[in-house]
Design a binder for this molecule. Structure first.
Ligand code: AMP
Length: 402
């Protein structure tokens, strides 16, 4: 079956067309700057296995419907495309950021599901409306294809109350659903499944810590294949030090900033989400730039690296305590897959907990899963590339098979 995977943002649509039999990507594209004066579409098309063709469009793209239509026109273009007709697309899989407590797994989209995703808008005011735009456009363009919602939060719905409750007045949970939800669930679940397969164990019998370090970052304690704690909270701001997000701070910070710096709620929100994290500490949010700056003696860059990797180490320690015995630690996403220094620093000092790294292997770059622990390490440490589009395509297929 051909599955179209859509990740719809407020002014962009990321999409991939995959063949679920072979798991090959047929098209991967990005529509950007929707609603601006000029928009862009860039799509890699794979007419046969290796012959990658890049198509680009630069024109006004007033709305998501136009963006998606342009993408489909390219997919079905007689010369540049890979399909004769859009009816060959058997299903559409949508990334949906927030499913609240409603959704524990992926689901076929109905009117009730759309209403429930709308009801989660207060919890994800930027993401869920954009995801819904993508769903509505796809339902219009593919009226006969089933549409499946795959939630970032669903994998974490197994987290027990002791880990998802904040120690706040209980009514805030009952009335306003204030609690930890966790995000990046599709990625954590995907790499956990891959890790168990590599270890040759059923995922239901595998304990591990999955470390997703990209521009956003989160870590999950996985017990017997299920998420039992994760660093992101009610929103994706809590937890690790990210590209521009602070992660954990003292909750009294807001009051301090309001009282002493005369900052209002919007200014504090912008600062914590867009001007903090690595960028706040050193002015750069790309790890490659930070390493270059450190090599030139930039002290702020060094502090940024130290604060991020220390926070990673602290949570790895916490999750080891939470899980007891663990089989593996898995690093994934942009930094996790590519940055040997961050991996090494995040694991420094954990030898007495059974974590031993082979530094030579850790220095290697690999597109495939790579074991970076030594053979006598009691905890296996792996780098496993994440693939959220493939994960969404697999989920879509599996929901339709049920
Ligand atoms: P992601 O959100 O998973 O796409 O990750 C993006 C982040 O990965 C970038 O902001 C960089 O900080 C980081 N990154 C990408 N490539 C490398 C690399 N070769 N070395 C270190 N960091 C990298």
């Amino acid at each position: 079956m051909k599955v179209l995977v859509i990740n719809s943002g407020s002014s962009s649509i990321k999409y991939q067309l995959l063949d679920t039999e072979t798991e090959a990507v047929m098209v991967s594209g990005l529509v950007e700057r929707i609603g601006e004066e000029m928009g862009d579409l860039k799509a890699k098309v794979y007419p046969d296995t290796d012959d990658e063709v890049v198509n680009k469009l630069h024109q006004p793209i007033p709305d998501h419907t136009t963006g998606m239509r342009l993408a489909i026109d390219l997919i079905t273009d007689p010369e540049k495309g890979v399909l004769k007709d859009k009816s060959e697309i058997g299903a559409v899989g949508h990334r949906v950021v927030h499913g609240g407590e409603e959704f524990h797994k992926s689901i076929i989209i109905t009117d009730e599901v759309i209403a429930a995703i709308e009801a989660c808008i207060p919890l994800a005011p930027l993401h869920n409306p954009a995801n819904l735009d993508g769903i509505r456009v796809a339902m219009d363009l593919f009226p006969d294809a089933p549409q499946v919602a795959v939630f970032d939060t669903a994998f974490h719905q197994t987290i027990p109350a002791r880990a998802f409750m904040y120690a706040l007045p209980y009514e805030l949970y009952e009335e306003d659903r204030v609690r930890r939800y966790g995000f990046h669930g599709t990625s954590h679940k995907f790499v956990a499944g891959e890790m168990a397969a590599i270890l040759g164990k059923p995922v239901e019998e595998t304990n591990m810590i999955t470390v997703h370090l990209g521009n956003g970052g989160s870590m999950t304690a996985v017990q017997n294949g299920k998420s039992i704690d994760t660093t992101m909270g009610m929103t994706p701001l809590e937890g690790l030090v990210m590209g521009t997000r602070s992660g954990d701070v003292d909750p009294a910070l807001h009051t301090f900033l309001a009282r002493n710096k005369n900052m209002d709620i919007e200014a504090i929100d912008t600062m914590l989400n867009k001007e903090s994290g690595l960028k706040g500490l050193c002015g750069m949010n790309d790890m490659r730039d930070i390493h270059e700056a450190i090599a030139k003696g930039d002290k702020h860059a060094k502090i940024a690296l130290d604060v991020q990797t220390y926070r990673n180490r602290k949570y790895i320690g916490a999750y080891m305590a939470v899980l007891g015995c663990i089989d593996a630690i898995v690093f994934t996403a942009g930094i996790g897959e590519n940055d040997e220094i961050v991996r090494l620093e995040s694991l420094r000092g954990l030898e007495c907990f059974g974590v031993k790294i082979d530094e030579k292997v850790n220095d290697q770059r690999a597109k495939e899963p790579l074991k970076i622990s030594t053979d006598d390490s009691t905890v296996a440490v792996w780098v496993i590339p994440t693939n959220e589009e493939l994960a969404i395509a697999r989920e879509t297929k599996s929901v339709l098979n049920q």
